[in-house]
Design a protein around this ligand. Structure first.
Ligand SMILES: [Zn+2]
Length: 325
């Protein structure tokens, strides 16, 4: 069952208060970093709205709750990019909007969850906009967004926004310690690697993910130490998720920037690679590190775009810059 994470209590209190006053808006925009638990939060709220006997949260026992838990509720509509399409299409929005115009199947509220909302194409956003302009009875739209600035301003202005900032590490460290963390990796290290984003840290808990992190890191450092060519590294990493490559390279760059700024070694994320990092930083200027950060951001922009890309070529290009910058 979905739960409200400990770092979302403030946002949930806000929802409870709106519900108690019967003032929950028809459209909510839940925004914040990826892997912070926004979608889970939206699912909890959807179940609360569709529960037949709600308290501050859903009862968990009624027919509405059972239908939600078995992903079968006829008045809950999840809109997300269809496999491979990477966008939410107008047909998906139209189909749902048509369903909403009929009364709810269970006689209560209807909930549409869009995740991530910025993946709507322009036509889909326009179709949604029309519906948002004419809110009907007990219909609620929950828009989950990692990049709310990518949404049309017209959509944003019709939603009440609830922000999910990166939580206080003290809260997430305690939470991570209650999860099944492997003996070898402390929750502090995992959180540092994940930039304090708790569910990203959980991804690192899976040993394979940590191994991938180390593989990317070692290949990247070896390029700069002339132990590996950009082509060799790009070939070796061509089947690794581009998102993972970005996360790892970002953590390495941040460590190198910390070293260049003579910050305490305690702040180095990948501390077991300190000696290698020192070897790299001897031959690279701070200015060059920042120039490469720009390249890395451009790489992120490309992998976030909806265009199909040749990952190996993209990586080779990035690594050539890394070797020569
Ligand atoms: Zn219930």
């Amino acid at each position: 069952m979905n739960i409200i994470y400990p770092w979302q209590q403030t946002q949930w209190s806000q929802i409870e208060s709106l519900l108690a006053q019967n003032r929950l808006p028809h459209a909510l925009l839940l925004s914040g970093s990826k892997n912070i638990g926004k979608r889970t939060f939206a699912m909890v709220l959807a179940q609360r709205l569709l529960c037949n006997h709600p308290g501050s949260t859903a009862c968990g026992a009624c027919q509405g709750c059972h239908l939600m838990q078995s992903a079968n509720h006829p008045d809950f509509h999840l809109l997300e990019p269809m496999e491979k399409a990477k966008v939410i299409k107008i047909e998906q929005v139209r189909e749902r909007v048509a369903a909403l115009s009929q009364t709810s199947q269970q006689g209560g509220a209807q909930v549409v969850l869009l995740c991530p909302a910025e993946d709507m194409n322009v036509a889909a956003a326009n179709a949604l906009l029309k519906t948002l302009e004419e809110p009907q009875g007990q219909v609620f739209f929950l828009l989950v967004s990692h990049q709310p600035s990518s949404l049309p301003a017209t959509i944003r202005s019709r939603c009440q926004s609830i922000a999910f900032p990166v939580p206080d590490p003290a809260i997430t460290t305690t939470w991570l310690a209650t999860q099944s963390i492997s003996q070898t990796s402390s929750s502090e290290l995992l959180l540092k690697l994940a930039d304090n984003v708790p569910l990203t840290a959980m991804l690192f808990v899976e040993e394979e993910r940590l191994k991938t992190h180390q593989k990317i890191l070692e290949h990247f450092v070896d390029i700069r130490l002339n132990a590996l060519s950009p082509l060799q590294a790009a070939t070796a990493l061509s089947d690794v998720l581009a998102e993972h490559v970005f996360t790892t390279l970002w953590s390495v760059l941040m460590d190198l920037v910390r070293l260049a700024a003579h910050q305490s070694e305690l702040r180095i994320c990948n501390i077991q690679y300190l000696d290698k990092f020192k070897g790299v930083s001897q031959h690279i200027q701070q200015r060059a590190l920042f120039a490469f950060l720009d390249e890395l951001m451009a790489f992120k922009g490309k992998i976030d775009s909806k265009i199909a890309l040749n990952q190996q070529l993209l990586l080779e290009d990035l690594f050539i810059k890394w070797r020569t910058i």
